[in-house]
Structures are given as structure tokens and as C-alpha cells.
Design a protein around this ligand. Sequence first.
Ligand code: TYD
Ligand code: MG
Length: 449
Amino acid sequence: MAKTRTVFRCMSCGADTPKWVGKCPSCGDWNTLAEEIDTPSSAPLVAPSAPVAITTVGTADGQPVASGIGEFDRVLGGGLVPGSVTLIGGEPGIGKSTLVLQLLGARAAAGAKVLYVTGEESPHQVRLRAERLGALNDHLLLAAETSLPNIVHHLEEQRPELCVVDSIQTLYDPQFSSAPGSVTQVRECAHRLVQVAKANGTTLLLVGHVTKDGQLAGPRVLEHVVDTVISFEGDRHHALRVLRAQKHRFGSTEELGLFAMAGDGLEPVPDPSGLFLGDRRPGIPGSVVTPALDGHRPLLVEIQALVTKTTLPQPRRSAQGLDSGRLSLLLAVMDRRAGLPAAGMDVYASAVGGVKVLEPGADLAICVALASALFSHPVGEHVVVCGEVGLGGELRQVGRLDRRLAEAARLGFRRAVVPRSAPEVDADIELVRVPSLSAALHALGLADN
Ligand code: TYD
Ligand code: MG
């Protein structure tokens, strides 16, 4: 019998401490230590593989296989690489099970043998959902299992091309006494699954829950075990879901997949800018469109602001889909550099459509929306603005202006207010180059005189 002792293990980074402390000494996260029985890990012996000359290693491996779900393949640079291990993380309820079931259905429809290990839902529930999603197929095998040895058995016996484990937090290995979801279980089960999948040539997709406060053990302790980490994000009150790669051994992490959650599953969103601007009402003060960039993807987003007299001793500052620290900074710059004080005013600013625009390239749009709201003067319907605002009130360039403006031109925008140093762009749109925030506001008719 192996000797056991109790340790306190961080659910974020997996580090151990002998005593409980409020803040993990390793990663600095608060309230993440949980008591666990520390059983020495019993990594199974693996046959040694002899070193080979690098030139003799084949190059045929590593080619991604398209899943048939375009937005998913886009994020991975073409699809899942055979034999690779991918972790998909996201908050509960965001749509991870829906996405993986659609993925399995698409691969099964293409004739591949796929296995869905579900630890959270009953086979009955999964079947009902698969019916709704149009994912019913004889090649799609279902195992309602949480015990690791059983799953390993299925993998070895069935040798599926693709296996999805939903979710890694529900698995347990009876060798270890900790509860499912604990760092030990998550880490050891993932290690073992990865070994078995690699040995059988199975592509493995692990689903992991993360909550905003990081209370579930998961993605962070697994990041180094897997080849690819993708996150599935979105605002539950909006249909939009964003899939992005955080780590990808086989390609870039710049691409973005966009889905909308509909009644019968996730639908691709090929024209996100159209989606965001669909309900826009031009001519309202406090609104302006900016060509934001997420990864490689230009998104035209409406930024809105509302400014009202406060009734509170401390005026309210609210930012939705925008960086609230950035909003305070921009209010200070507007006050000192453009003579637009918002003291004594409640300020609300938001990016419309459930999208997050955290890049500094949206600074000018936030300022213009605020000024437009303060003056109750609308910005022209066909105008976009883009630029980073410095503390001196100067406008700075943003990356990939050509891509951003090409997208703006495509959607019918005709004028763009941009920093003075902006490069020439090959887009059918008039550029208004301005050196500073106050010059930009003048150009848009948003100044006192
Ligand atoms: P789910 O995939 O179960 O989320 P996760 O696995 O990340 O916890 O889906 C969550 C929500 O999606 C659920 O509350 C209902 C909604 N949904 C739809 O709107 N349409 C659908 O077709 C499906 C299957 C789910
Ligand atoms: Mg789920």
C-alpha cells in the first residue's frame, strides 16, 4: 500500500502546499487550495522508443482533417490533426456539449467511427439532443462512463478515429482516493487518456469546465499535457459564441470561429459585422461604429455611450464588453486634453451584440461615442473611427488598418477617421487623418465651437 498524506493543492495551477493558505504561493490565485490525499503517481511503464534521424521522420502525419464544421476548422487551421489531443474549455452552459456533438455527428456522417464519452448526461438525453442537432448516425458510439479504466477499455477495444470526453472533470481513476474534479483526478485521468489515445492513434477531444472564478480544476493544470487548447466563450444572454485557440502546436492561434446558438444547435456566423450592425439605428447620439480586429478577423462593432447627471456622490462608470479601466482612462484624457469633463455624470458605455472589444484600437470610438452623447449630437451614418488614444490626447496607429477598412468599405461605410500616421490603404473609403482626439472630435462636428 502506497504511503499517503494530506496536501493542499491549488485548483488553478496544481501546486502543493503542506498548509492551507488563502493565496496560492505558486500562481497567486486566491481561494483555490483544496485538501487532497496525496497518492504517489503511478505512471505506467512505457516501452522505450529508439531515437531516429530527424530526416527519416515522415511528414505525412500532422495534416489536419476537416471536420465539416467550417468555423471550428478555421480556428484549428483546417481541422483536428489525427492523433492530437485538444482541450476545449468554457463556462457551464455555453454550448460545449452541443458543439462536440455536432462535430461528432459531422465526422460520423463522413464515415468515421467516433466515440462520445458522456459523464454528465444520460444516453437518453444525448440521443434526444443528437436528434435535434441532426447528429444521429450509426458510426457515433455513445458511452455513459466516468470510470477511467472502463473508458480506456473502450478506447482500446473500439479504436475510434475521434473520441470526445465530456467532461474531464467527471472522470475518476479508482487508484486515487480524491474526488472527481480534483486536481489529482483531472491530471492523472488526462495523462492516462492521452497515453492510450496516442498509442491507438485516436484523436482526443477533452471538454473542461471553467468558471469565472476558476473554482474547478481544469484547463490550467492540463495545458501542458495537450497539443491544443481552445476556449469557447460568449455571453449567455446573447446568441454569439466565440471559439478561439489559446495554444496550438500545429498552427496559428490568431483565427476566430463565430457561432450563433440557435434552437437546433450552433450555426456558423460568416458575416459577424452584419450581425452586429443589424439592429443599429443611425442618427442616435452616443453611437459610433469601429472596425475592431479579433485575431485575423475584422469585426465592425457599434460602440454606444450614455451620459446622464448623477444622483450619487460617486458617479457611476459602467462598461459592457469594454475594458472598464480603459474607460476611466479615456474619461480622464477627454477631460484634460479635449476639454470635455464628465465629472458629476454617470457614464455607461458598451459594445453592442455581446461581443468584447478590449483592444486599444477602440479608444477613439469610445471617446467619440462619449462626446456624441455629451453633446447630444449624432455621428454621421456612414462614418467609422479607429485609433488608440494616448495619455497626451494624441492618436496612435492600430495594426492591420487595411483589413479593418476593407471590411468597413464592404459594409457601405464611406468615411474613416484615423490617426495621422495611418498608412495608405487600398479600400474604397475616404480617410480623414487627424493627429489628436480633439482634432477627431472637430472633424466629426463634436466640439464646442
Ligand atoms: P450545452 O452544450 O449543454 O452547454 P455546456 O456543455 O457548455 O454546459 O448547451 C447549453 C445551452 O445551450 C442550453 O442551456 C440550451 C442551449 N441550447 C440551445 O439554445 N439550442 C440547442 O440546440 C441546444 C442543443 C442547446
Ligand atoms: Mg455539457
